[in-house]
Ligand binder design. Structure first.
Ligand code: XBP
Ligand code: MG
Length: 236
């Protein structure tokens, strides 16, 4: 029986990446006097690695072969990431990152139906609470019994660890839950934890491999703009 819904955040609850995380990284780099700048296309490639600190290190490895890492490189990355988090949180606190279509309606209907709700994300916890507070509404953090986020597990998606963590915290079996994801890394994580998963796509994830998903939809749909099913039979 279905008892709980588990949600990814970035790309699933809101389109946070292109106009949220990406410019926040770029601002943090510019403020630090670095010539690292991530355009929309490059950022799509960098999304292969989840986690902001991990993504910066991946960028240096894969795209800046000539960059000489200082001795305190890890510390520097951590500082850049703190600056990036402040910039992102300021943007989210201005209400600059709206929820995706159908998200609020589904959450409200799920609550009314007595389903339990949780979040499983690789992003920093503060990013989640600020986004919920300002884009979903004051007090909506409380809708989620568990907000599993960031470095609480060392192995980020596509590892299933963050989902295992959330399930354990809720005392639920995977068979009692449905997960919502937007990306291949996210889907690998949720399937790895044994969770049936519904995928909604965005511009960055449209052509990802979603094999194993229960369904792949354009979004969660609104009455005036219903969701389109991208794999499998059309929606009724
Ligand atoms: C989200 C991410 C995160 C965000 C940035 O992936 O990959 O890295 O882009 O967050 P998912 P931080 O939706 O699969 O959880 O900079 O706070 O790490
Ligand atoms: Mg995501």
């Amino acid at each position: 029986t279905l008892r709980a819904l588990l949600f990814d955040v970035d790309g699933t609850l809101a389109d946070t990446e292109r106009d949220g995380h990406r410019p926040a990284f770029n601002q943090a780099f510019a403020d630090a006097g670095l010539d690292w700048q991530w355009d929309v296309d490059l950022y799509g490639k960098l999304l292969a690695v989840t986690g902001g600190k991990e993504r910066m290190k991946h960028y240096i490895e894969a795209f800046r072969p000539d960059y000489r890492r200082p001795d305190n490189f890890d510390e520097m990355v951590a500082k850049l990431h703190q600056a990036k988090t402040r910039i992102y949180a300021d943007l989210a606190a201005r209400g600059g990152i709206p929820m995706r279509p159908g998200v609020r309606r589904l959450l409200e209907e799920a609550r009314a139906a007595g389903l339990r709700l949780a979040i499983a994300t690789t992003t920093t916890p503060e990013n989640v609470t600020v986004l919920l507070e300002h884009s979903l509404g004051p007090g909506t953090q409380e809708w989620f019994e568990v907000i599993a986020a960031g470095d609480v597990v060392p192995a980020k998606k596509p590892a299933p660890d963050i989902y295992h963590y959330a399930l354990e915290a809720m005392g639920l079996a995977a068979a009692d839950c449905l997960a919502f994801e937007d990306s291949e890394n996210g889907l690998r994580a949720s399937l790895g934890a044994g969770l049936k998963t519904l995928v909604t796509v965005n511009d960055y994830t449209l052509d990802h491999d979603f094999s194993g998903a229960a369904a792949v939809l354009s979004d969660l749909g609104e009455p005036e703009a219903p969701a389109r099913r991208l794999t499998g039979p059309a929606l009724p």
